[in-house]
Design a binder for this molecule. Structure first.
Ligand SMILES: Nc1c(C(=O)O)ncn1[C@@H]1O[C@H](COP(=O)(O)O)[C@@H](O)[C@H]1O
Length: 160
């Protein structure tokens, strides 16, 4: 249902958090290394075939000159979520490369690094949840768990 792609295997430490989130929700996904710069033909083939292969959302992570999410978005009408990966410039270059898309070609951009990748996984599930009741129920459960964790934090704080 979800395609998770990254510009390099060096992005895995970040992108695995999107995978972990989807594993937690038991939502199927595929993962692949694809680079707009290093494998442009593969990138276009991936974007052009994504809908016919049954994907509903694409999560694309890249660092530095992070053109992958935007270029994928240029070739598909599926929603694309961009994850800025940490870089030598603290990921600011990745963030700006992904978020500053021209009008007409949106990429839903999340925060830099692990939290961003987790949110990308969650956001992709929420998109599925707009029509998939099973996924929507899992998301309700996830939210309840978040609330419970805050309850635990309050108990912890009371002991400080
Ligand atoms: N930004 C891109 C693209 C792309 O946008 O097509 N392809 C690779 N990269 C990024 O280059 C960084 C360094 O990659 P290496 O570690 O392989 O040298 C990675 O963060 C990757 O996402």
């Amino acid at each position: 249902m979800i395609g998770i792609i990254m510009g390099s295997i060096s992005d895995w430490d970040t992108m695995k958090h999107a995978c972990d989130l989807l594993d937690q929700l038991e939502i199927s996904y595929e993962k692949e290394v694809i680079s707009a710069h290093r494998t442009p033909d593969d990138m276009f083939a991936y974007a052009e075939s994504a809908r016919d292969r049954g994907l509903k959302v694409i999560i694309a992570g890249a660092g530095g000159a992070a053109h992958l999410p935007g270029m994928i978005a240029s070739k598909t009408t599926l929603p694309v979520i961009g994850v800025p990966v940490q870089s030598k410039l603290d990921g600011i270059d990745s963030l700006l490369s992904i978020v500053q898309m021209p009008s007409g070609v949106p990429v839903a951009t999340v925060a830099i690094g692990k939290a961003g990748a987790q949110n990308a996984g969650l956001l992709s599930a929420q998109i599925l949840g707009t029509w998939d009741k099973d996924v929507a129920q899992k998301l309700e459960r996830y939210k309840r768990e978040l609330t419970e964790k805050v309850g635990e934090m309050r108990e912890q704080l009371a002991t400080k």
